[in-house]
Design a protein around this ligand. Structure first.
Ligand SMILES: O=P(O)(O)OC[C@H]1O[C@H](O[C@H]2O[C@H](CO)[C@@H](O)[C@H](O)[C@H]2O)[C@H](O)[C@@H](O)[C@@H]1O
Length: 357
């Protein structure tokens, strides 16, 4: 129990390196609330203290569902742009990364939201893979932690004027922006070496995320964690242009460029023509460490709704929280309904009173 509380304390305090492996232990990211309700264990003091920890953490990170009305009051007169992470946000975390499917209800909710607000998904996966899971055409996709973006074909421009050239898709409707393109040959070599190195570690697997690589250890025995980490690090010693990050039971290898999900959020706002508008409210929902970069950008802008999805207290820059993907679904449905009803009441008002906007 002490160990478990220490891991949680480390996680909450942001002592990240030491807590990664602790967090990675089988079952350790299952909070009490996620345990099967038919569990034969009586409610223990530990369960009570888990709940108490979560409740006190929520004082600073209130639920986006209970805060919904206030959030929408603050959004009045502003343009909401919706940004969503994929794994752990739109789909639940599962053992097999190839089977992290999104439910039809969630798909319908995202489709509905995208009818009313510009909507983008920013994922660590390859852009094609995440699009394959989501299967919606009315949204923008950014894969490889934002290093592969399909966005409207506005002239690439950033506040510092440094956006790289973009290329139009075949129909000329959208533009692809890939700031890490020159790393493609190297990442392919890294992927090959990783595959060979982990082959003999049961349960380990490498995922090709195009500009990044993921080494999964969700299904690896705990006693093999050390050797896996060693192998990955010894390969990376020969690739100084790449760095290692940690996600949920996954090591993420990516080019060492100054580009993350936060830059992707800014890029998308720019290409939507909203980068410098003071009346824009980016709303970002994500569950993992890389989403913190986007939360940071929103925090810096001083306007927006950063929402973290988590079932246990964690160190985060998000202002609001949602417990799990099912709450994300409820939130998205509510957001779409809110917009629908406010636009229909606006049109009724404008018919009756000649009031607009
Ligand atoms: O930015 P994201 O869209 O959240 O991508 C981050 C990683 O997500 C995926 O891995 C995670 O979800 C898997 C499926 O539920 C799970 O098996 C794994 O343990 C999680 O870490 C994806 O497979 C990775 O490539 C992404 O880096």
């Amino acid at each position: 129990m002490f160990k478990r509380n220490l891991a949680k304390f480390n996680q909450a305090m942001g002592f990240q390196r030491s807590s990664y492996w602790q967090k990675a232990q089988p079952g350790s990211d299952l909070s009490t609330k996620e345990r099967p309700s038919n569990s034969s264990h009586p409610v223990t003091n530990e369960a009570v203290s888990d709940d108490a920890n979560y409740s006190s953490w929520m004082v600073d990170h209130p639920s986006a569902l209970t805060s919904f009305d206030q959030m929408m009051k603050d959004a009045k007169g502003k343009k909401i742009v919706v940004f969503l992470d994929y794994d752990g946000t739109l789909s639940p975390i599962v053992n097999d990364p190839d089977r992290a499917f999104m439910s039809d209800e969630m798909r319908a909710a995202v489709r509905e939201v995208a009818k009313y607000f510009p909507t983008a998904i920013i994922s660590g996966r390859s852009r094609d893979k995440v699009k394959g899971f989501v299967q919606l055409n009315n949204i923008y996709y950014a894969g490889s932690h934002g290093m592969d973006i399909m966005a409207p074909p506005r002239p690439g421009r950033s506040s510092d004027g440094k956006y790289h050239t973009v290329s139009l898709d075949r129909k000329g409707n959208d533009a692809v922006f890939q700031p890490a393109q020159k790393f493609l040959p190297a990442i392919q070599k890294v992927l090959k070496e990783l595959e060979e190195a982990i082959m003999k570690i049961p349960g380990a697997r490498v995922e090709n995320n195009r500009f990044c690589a993921s080494v999964h250890f969700r299904q690896v025995r705990e006693e093999d964690y050390g050797i896996l980490e060693e192998k990955v690090k010894s390969i990376l010693k020969h690739y100084p242009d790449f760095r290692l990050g940690w996600g949920k039971k996954v090591m993420e290898i990516r080019p060492s460029i100054e580009w993350d999900k936060g830059n992707a959020l800014e890029y998308l706002l720019d290409t939507l023509g909203l980068g410098n508008c003071t009346d824009v409210l980016p709303l970002y929902i994500g569950d993992d460490i890389t989403d913190e970069d986007a939360f940071k950008v929103i925090q810096k802008r001083g306007q927006g709704c950063p929402i973290v999805v988590t079932s246990s207290p964690k160190d985060t820059r998000a202002s609001y929280s949602l417990y799990e993907p099912s709450e994300v679904l409820t939130f998205l449905l509510r957001l779409a309904r809110w917009r629908k009803s406010s636009s229909s009441s606006r049109s009724v008002l404008s018919q009756v009173w000649g009031v607009s906007g």
